[in-house]
Design a protein around this ligand. Structure first.
Ligand SMILES: NC(=O)c1ccc[n+]([C@@H]2O[C@H](COP(=O)([O-])OP(=O)(O)OC[C@H]3O[C@@H](n4cnc5c(N)ncnc54)[C@H](OP(=O)(O)O)[C@@H]3O)[C@@H](O)[C@H]2O)c1
Length: 264
């Protein structure tokens, strides 16, 4: 039987700003770890309105990687949440840097996840969406060559998109920089309103800057990674965006936080 301690935190200073939209969206602390896949879906549901949910893992001291990859941060429970978020989304959005570094493969899902989607009136496979300005993409990589349905590449109007003919659909938005808000609208127009972004840090920084995120799912791994690795967001400085904490879930020493944008 694990020992439990009650820790009393000091009251916030009278000058502190409110930490979130708590009256409208109460936080559920420490729900029990779900005993079924459906229980996880209830904790990370599809929403009636369009959503852009991002899912990241970080060490306790804020590192997004160990030895250049997120794999060194993994622990009990995070794969279940990762798979569940993929199962319920309409489109998985990933930056080209992460596709290259993490060697993404075709978005095939497990037979059980595909059956769940079909039973819930969704297409068998979510869309796979890769964000790239340069189109420096390895078309032999499994994310293209073993895709169950052609991926979508989001890029600029100036990018050499013909090299993707027959391999991927292209959404070209913005002349010099990818217009992420226009890309999200284009995905909505294709019926994909529940978007899941798995990174990476530069795409997260750009999404924060464009204020497009409605939900952040953050796994905190019980590790002090030390100096060296970057954070989960990168790029130019942006205006901070305030979030509301929706739940705190734990399994062993892993911590799973779900935040939404105020009003989402
Ligand atoms: N801890 C976690 O949860 C987590 C999650 C994901 C990734 N990671 C780690 O993050 C690292 C990869 O990070 P990264 O620095 O390469 O960042 P990234 O955001 O994954 O990729 C950057 C690249 O993606 C494309 N891109 C990103 N944002 C864009 C935008 N707004 N417009 C157009 N293109 C955009 C560009 O590709 P082009 O160069 O093709 O133009 C850019 O060079 C890996 O080590 C990975 O393991 C960690």
């Amino acid at each position: 039987m694990p020992r439990r301690f009650l820790v009393r935190l000091p009251a916030p200073s009278g000058r502190a700003e409110a930490a979130g939209d708590r009256t409208a969206r109460p936080m559920t602390a420490f729900p029990a770890w779900p005993s079924s896949a459906e229980g996880l879906v209830e904790l990370y549901p599809r929403t009636p309105s369009p959503a852009l949910r991002v899912n990241f893992i970080a060490s306790v001291d804020g590192a997004a990687t160990v030895d250049g990859l997120s794999g060194g941060l993994h622990g009990p429970g995070d794969k279940e949440i990762f798979d569940s978020l993929r199962m319920v989304c309409d489109a998985l959005v990933v930056a080209a840097g992460t596709v290259r570094a993490e060697n993404y493969d075709g978005l095939r899902l497990s037979p059980a996840a595909r059956a769940w989607r079909v039973a819930h009136g969704l297409p068998e496979f979510p869309l796979m969406v890769i964000v790239s300005r340069s189109l420096d993409l390895d078309l032999d990589q499994l994310v293209f060559s073993d895709a169950p349905i052609p991926p979508i590449v989001v890029t600029t109007t100036r990018a050499p998109a013909t090299r993707l003919d027959g391999v991927a659909d292209v959404i070209a938005v913005g002349d010099d920089q990818v217009d992420l808000a226009a890309a999200v609208r284009a995905l909505h127009d294709r019926g994909a309103t529940q978007l899941l972004c798995e990174g990476g840090p530069h795409l997260l920084g750009a999404l924060i800057e464009a204020d497009l995120i409605t939900e952040l799912c953050l796994t905190v791994s019980p590790l002090l990674a030390g100096g060296g690795p970057g954070r989960i967001s990168a790029g130019a400085a942006t205006e901070p965006r305030r979030l509301s904490l929706r739940h705190v879930l734990t399994l062993d020493d892993m911590l799973f936080l779900r935040y939404t944008r105020q009003g989402s």
